[in-house]
Design a protein around this ligand. Sequence first.
Ligand SMILES: [Zn+2]
Length: 187
Amino acid sequence: MNGSLYLFPVTPEAAPDPAPVHAALEALQVAGAPLAETAGKRVFRAGEGFAREVIFAGCSPHLRFEAAHADDRDFCHLAVHGPLSTPRLFTGPQTGRPRCPSCRTRLDDWRERAIAPLSALPCPACAVTCRAIDLDWRQQAAIGRLLVELRNVFPGEATPSDRLLTALREAVGSDWRYGWAAMSEAP
Ligand SMILES: [Zn+2]
C-alpha cells in the first residue's frame, strides 16, 4: 500500500494561484524535473532539496528517488493537485474516526461521510451540522482544492520542515497544515 504526506492550506475552500506554490517548491529544490501533467495535477521528480525539506525521523534505508521501471510508483516524488473545483478529501487505510469540531465526539460513520465530503450531516452527539471536510481528522486525512502530495512518505516517518511550510505560507498568504493518506491515483 502506497502512502503520501499531503500539505494543504488550512482553509478547505482556499484555491490560491498554483504558480507561486510551484515556484516555492522549485526554489527549495523540493520539486525537480516534471514527470507528468494531467488536468488538475502536475507530477515532479524529487529535487535535491526533497530530503532536506522533508525531515525523516530516523534512518530511512528504503528512500529511493528514481523509478525502477515505467510503472514504478514506490519511490519518493511529488504531485501538486489543483486548484480543484471543489475541496477533495483524501483518506487512507490508517485514517481513524474523525472528531466533531464542536463536541469532540468521534464519528463512526466517517467512511460514508468521506464519500460525500461536502454534504452537511448532523453530529449524532451534539447535533451540530458539519461537512466531512470540516471534521477534525488529526492529520489522518488531507483536504483541499490545492494540495502538495509527497509520495511514499508514510505516517510518522517524516514531517515538512518549517522552512517549507513558511515558503508555502508566503506563496499563498495563509497557513498550511499536513496529513497522511493513501497515494492518489496515477500519474
Ligand atoms: Zn458534535
